[in-house]
Design a protein around this ligand. Structure first.
Ligand SMILES: NC(=O)c1ccc[n+]([C@@H]2O[C@H](COP(=O)([O-])OP(=O)(O)OC[C@H]3O[C@@H](n4cnc5c(N)ncnc54)[C@H](OP(=O)(O)O)[C@@H]3O)[C@@H](O)[C@H]2O)c1
Length: 325
């Protein structure tokens, strides 16, 4: 099968399309024919060895010292179950599914084998494969972070980076939870973000939300420029800073700061659940959660897809699609 492999860290063109063995499902696994997968900022981080501030020291341990540990990227995908192992009961060949191997990666290829108990769910029926996979990276992340500070109707939630993969989902999910949502984005996305449900938009080039005097019940930080010390005054007493993009300082000091300030500062790691995927599919089918796609490339053009992600200015999700006979 074709797969996008990178054998050294570097710019987008280190990723090459190679022929690799098609996986054979074990008794507890399903073999999925992948039709679409996203190229996310996580793929960029592994490929370019570009980690958030302070985490560079740990990079080689996680990513590989001289060569990448994971040579095949892609955290999420959507496709069709092609074959199942003897012990599989949950899925049938022909099922249209979407899936999130997450840190196990492996979706930038024509096929993947996953245990039936992994993060696989039926794809939202109303969406294409490309649209379905676009919900997973940002949707599962934002859902998890927003649940840490349950949003009540009428709460004020600000999403910093509202046009990105995590941000667009955070806007939609916070709105669905009943919040009044403010999205921080650039002028070029000032129409998109309200269309996702944001009540207010702040152009980050014009206004600094941290010093405007307005306060929020929760700030969802998806950019990397809103540490607690900068945005503390914009968080209401008892409010929360949900740091989707934590640096080393945030990881080390969030709990202590939370205890001292009475504000929830959360930067901890998380894992999706199958129920999350099913819930996101349900929201999509109800029209609550809309896919936001920046661009779609054939797998053969994976270098272009990585280059687009590298700009830091994609709108929602960059997708690669796989042609099958
Ligand atoms: N903790 C976790 O498990 C986890 C999971 C997923 C992601 N993350 C991290 O979360 C971060 C966000 O991921 P993502 O996938 O959402 O990134 P993304 O899609 O690449 O974000 C790109 C968006 O950020 C916007 N942006 C850039 N500078 C901005 C600024 N100063 N203010 C507001 N918006 C700005 C861009 O809008 P313009 O083009 O208009 O500037 C663009 O639409 C990444 O650093 C990622 O590593 C962490």
């Amino acid at each position: 099968m074709k797969a996008a492999i990178y054998r050294r860290f570097g710019p987008p063109d280190v990723v090459k399309i190679e022929e690799v063995p098609k996986p054979t499902p074990k008794p507890n696994e399903v073999l999925i024919r992948i039709h679409a997968a996203s190229v996310s900022i996580a793929d960029h981080r592994l490929r370019a060895k570009d980690l958030p501030e302070g985490l560079g020291f740990f990079g080689p341990l996680a990513l590989g010292v001289f060569r990448p540990r994971k040579k095949l990227l892609g955290m999420d995908g959507a496709g069709v179950v092609e074959a199942i192992g003897d012990k599989v009961t949950k899925f049938q060949p022909g099922d249209e599914v979407y899936f999130l191997p997450g840190a196990s990666f492996g979706c930038h290829a024509e096929y993947i084998a996953m245990a039936e108990t992994d993060f696989i769910a039926l794809k939202p029926k109303n969406l294409s494969f490309a649209e379905a996979t676009s919900l997973l990276f940002g949707g599962s992340t934002s859902l998890n972070y927003l649940r840490r500070k349950p949003v009540k109707p009428g709460d004020e939630v600000l999403v910093n980076g509202a046009s990105g993969s995590c941000g667009n989902a955070a806007v939609q999910l916070a709105k669905h939870m009943g919040a009044t949502v403010t999205g921080v984005c650039s002028a070029k996305n000032a129409d998109l973000v309200p269309s996702l449900g944001a009540d207010h938009v702040i152009d980050y080039a014009v206004e600094d939300f941290a010093t405007s005097g307005k306060t929020y019940d929760a700030i969802v930080e998806c950019v990397g420029n809103a540490p607690f010390e900068r945005v503390n005054n914009a968080i209401k007493p008892g409010g929360a800073l949900l740091i989707i993009i934590p640096n080393l300082k945030a990881i080390l000091f969030s709990k202590r700061r939370s205890r001292k300030t009475g504000k929830l500062i959360t930067a901890a790691d998380w894992k999706a659940t199958v129920e999350d995927l099913e819930y996101l599919a349900k929201l999509a089918e109800e029209g609550v959660l809309k896919p936001v796609i920046d661009s779609i490339y054939p797998l053969e053009d994976i270098v272009k897809a990585h280059a687009r992600v590298d700009t830091g200015h994609k709108v929602g999700n960059v997708i690669v699609t796989m042609e099958h006979d």
